[in-house]
Design a protein around this ligand. Structure first.
Ligand SMILES: [Fe+2]
Ligand SMILES: [Fe+2]
Length: 247
């Protein structure tokens, strides 16, 4: 597995590109709005399924937060369009993934502990990414303020999921919690590694070919060319002589 700082670097590059011009910024804001909305919808459906009253209350507030974030991103995008910014005609690469795959119906697949562990890992990642984005938006004060507002909620999402997991641990479900966290981290880690591996793989094979060319093929070609120049090029062996008897 690659050292985490390499992943972090490739992530930074991707995040920086998301704000590199007004058109990309517009697409990024609109894609964030969709991710937050999908996340909110999935969390709202989980809230309806859980029986634990404390967890349900948190999930309801969490779902409302994500819906509010979607609205904030959409409003900011709308303001940019009103200022005359338009989306580039060639679709940009998909924006960075925020809250992970809140693809819908995750609660039914993962169960209570698995779902809260997944949320905890995904929200930590969202918090880290938003901190990065807040730094990368540069001089755009309105977008920076938006990230600051949203970050307060993301910190709460990390905190309450952590508190619930801690309560389960104290109640003797430590093994279950550990396994669920490992699974949630593993799937994120694997995802990142696959993304990193695909790009690095192509770069690496080009680099290996270049090294092979300069270390093996090019040096071997120099004496052969020199020899050919000295001899005035390749000549066929004299007729009637068996070349195997030479030397
Ligand atoms: Fe959010
Ligand atoms: Fe969140």
């Amino acid at each position: 597995l690659p050292p985490p700082n390499l992943l972090r670097l490739s992530e930074r590059r991707r995040c920086r590109a998301a704000w590199s011009d007004p058109g990309r910024k517009l697409l990024t804001l609109e894609s964030f709005a969709r991710t937050e909305e999908d996340g909110g919808r999935d969390i709202a459906s989980a809230a309806r399924a859980v029986r634990d009253p404390e967890l349900r209350a948190h999930l309801e507030r969490h779902a409302a937060d994500e819906a509010r974030h979607a609205g904030l991103f959409r409003d900011r995008a709308r303001a940019l369009r009103a200022e005359g910014v338009s989306a580039p005609s060639t679709p940009a690469a998909p924006g960075p993934d925020l809250h992970g795959a809140h693809a819908g119906g995750l609660f039914a697949d993962l169960g209570e502990v698995g779902y809260v562990a997944f949320l905890h890992v995904a929200e930590r990642r969202a918090r880290d990414l938003f901190e990065l984005h807040r730094e990368l938006v540069g001089a755009d004060a309105a977008t920076r303020a938006l990230f600051e507002d949203i970050l307060r909620d993301e910190k709460y999402h990390v905190a309450y999921t952590g508190t619930i997991l801690e309560r389960w641990r104290r109640q003797g479900r430590g093994g279950e919690v550990r396994a669920a966290l490992a699974q949630a981290r593993g799937s994120r880690w694997l995802e990142g590694w696959k993304r990193f591996g695909a790009r690095a793989g192509a770069r690496l094979s080009r680099a290996i070919l270049r090294v092979l060319y300069f270390t093996l093929l090019a040096p071997a070609a120099i004496p052969a060319r020199k020899l050919a120049r000295e001899r005035g090029g390749w000549r066929p062996p004299p007729a009637g002589r068996d070349p195997r008897s030479q030397g």
